[in-house]
Ligand binder design. Structure first.
Ligand code: CU
Length: 151
């Protein structure tokens, strides 16, 4: 009888702690290596939302740059331009992808060049999930990075 009670209690505790688990997961966070003299760099990742409610990435910060902005690419009469946005909506049981040519984090006024292979700590702030830490792996210099130099 006592055993049955503790099993019941355990499962109740198990259930009640579920909402405290992170609902948002960051997959494959990476940033582009920078060319000498570059002041900005792009960051990418897949944000997965396991929760039953939508969430929103509202800001990001990192000690490696003065600030981190949330950008999107827009096609302005055939010219690709970047624009800062206030957040990225991540649908319930869904995902939002930041990738080259699309939405991206923009590291502004980087304090030193990003070198391939290093890891950059980034703090992401979500409306519901709160602060989530991620480590962005620096990848190689890519062809699409020239668009970023025009910032
Ligand atoms: Cu940008």
């Amino acid at each position: 009888m006592k055993r049955a009670f503790s099993i019941l209690l355990f499962s109740l505790l198990g259930f009640s702690s579920l909402p405290l688990l992170a609902q948002v997961a960051i997959e494959k966070p990476w940033a582009r290596a920078t060319a000498p003299g570059a002041s900005v760099a792009g960051g990418y990742m897949l944000i997965r939302n396991r929760g039953a409610a939508g969430d929103r990435l509202v800001s990001a910060s990192s000690p490696v740059s003065a600030k981190v902005e949330l950008h999107v690419h827009i096609n302005d009469n055939g010219v690709m331009r970047m624009r800062e946005v206030r957040g990225y909506d991540v649908p319930a049981k869904g995902a939002f992808e930041l990738k080259p040519g699309g939405a991206h984090l923009m590291f502004m006024d980087i304090k030193r060049p990003f070198k391939e292979g290093e890891k950059l700590p980034v703090k992401l702030k979500f409306e519901k999930a709160g602060e989530v830490d991620a480590e962005f792996q620096v990848g190689g210099l890519g062809g699409a990075s020239t668009a970023h130099q025009k910032h």
